[in-house]
Design a protein around this ligand. Structure first.
Ligand code: A2P
Length: 354
């Protein structure tokens, strides 16, 4: 089978290189080119490598990065994976869609557009249909975005609870890893031995994105889910893995056992379709009193290519009418490049990339 040619945008950054990691041995997609700014023109990937927990193949390390060239990408690629910063991504992604390329983006710029799916295949696969509303779809070009890294971990457990009990109120507090801030990110002197209780724009993104993702698609439009959502976000000195403390009030009050059952039962389209980067279980529940922890659980997910793609939930408990739990997810895999990879796999499996 001839593989689909793809471009990686932002290939010198952390998310861009996570895309490269997932594409090295992808069964359907093949890297055509690595793209970044003119500053990086001609550099070998090995010279600008920022992913330290994956060993790239020698031929990957030797690939050269080139400056983004819309016409060249449009001529040679069906897909562009974007790990660009949001302010840069907006125009490039629109131009690529206009030129007939399917863009799977990690950037925030187009997430809240009414005709752009904010997609997690386990949570709202039906929203993929929105691409057909994009003016460029007739030419084959469109944009699909994944959610913010902390919203992504929260969405699957909430979806399981929404389906089983309905949601009334969600209060979430995050403990977010430094790799979420790109490279070099937060200065070491600001974060070592410290916690920073502010991440610009993060709380607003979480509060808006979760309602869109858990909303319902009616007549080609997403009606936001109707529950109260409150987020507080902090940066902690952890390399990878966002931990979140979640308090939920449901419409129909469940017991702890009901919640465990609903999350354990949670199966969705990526698992049924056996998408290459889908974890066998999207939610893994730990029974130990002190889990999940970033060092133990950040790479949860089976098989090997789905490491870092499962959300780990633990300490499910109740106080009065409130259900409380912790969750952990890998912010640059599940909450970044892995999320967009799964979005592209869903689109491919559904024939939207023909
Ligand atoms: P470059 O290294 O050439 O600046 P991170 O978020 O981890 O910092 O990564 C940002 C990525 O986006 C990098 O690959 C960076 O490339 C790329 N990028 C930033 N600004 C531009 C731009 N103006 N044009 C193209 N790529 C850009």
């Amino acid at each position: 089978m001839k593989k689909t040619q793809v471009a990686v945008l932002g290939a010198t950054g952390i998310i861009g290189q996570r895309f490269v990691q997932l594409l090295e041995d992808h069964p359907w997609f093949e890297i055509q080119g690595l793209y970044a700014s003119e500053r990086s023109e001609g550099k070998r990937l090995g010279e600008v490598n920022k992913v330290k927990d994956h060993i790239f193949m020698p031929e990957t390390m030797d690939r050269k990065v080139v400056q983004i060239d819309i016409a060249k990408i449009a001529k040679s690629c069906r897909i562009a994976f974007s790990g660009l910063p949001s302010e840069i991504a907006k125009d490039y992604e629109s131009q690529l869609a206009e030129a007939g390329v399917a863009v799977f983006s990690n950037a925030a710029s187009h997430r809240m557009r009414h005709d752009v799916p904010l997609l997690i295949p386990e949570v709202n696969p039906g929203h993929l249909e929105l691409v057909k509303r994009q003016p460029t779809f007739a030419k084959g070009g469109f944009i699909v975005t994944n959610a913010n890294c902390s919203t992504t971990g929260l969405a699957p457990p909430l979806k399981a609870m929404q389906d089983a009990f309905g949601l009334q109120q969600v209060v979430v507090s995050t403990y977010q890893a430094v790799s979420g801030a790109g490279y070099p990110g937060v200065p070491s002197l600001d974060i070592l031995g410290n916690v920073v209780p502010y991440i610009k724009g993060e709380e607003e993104k979480m509060e808006a994105e979760i309602l869109k993702m858990l909303g319902t698609l009616k007549a080609g439009k997403v009606a936001d889910a109707k529950f109260e959502m409150l987020a507080s976000c902090a940066r902690v000195p952890v390399l990878n893995g966002h931990l979140e403390s979640v308090v939920v009030r449901c419409v129909k009050e469940p017991s702890v056992e009901d919640v465990i059952k609903a999350m354990r039962r949670f199966r969705a389209e990526p698992q049924e379709l056996e998408l290459p980067t889908a974890p066998k279980e999207a939610i893994i529940i730990r029974d130990e009193l002190d889990r999940p922890q970033p060092q133990w659980d950040v790479n949860a997910g089976e098989p090997a290519r789905a490491r870092g793609m499962a959300v780990t939930v633990g300490r499910i408990r109740k106080k009065d009418k409130y259900v409380k739990f912790f969750l952990l997810s890998h912010n640059t895999l599940r909450g970044g490049a892995g999320g967009s990879m799964l979005n592209a796999e869903l689109a491919y499996a559904k024939g939207i990339l023909k």
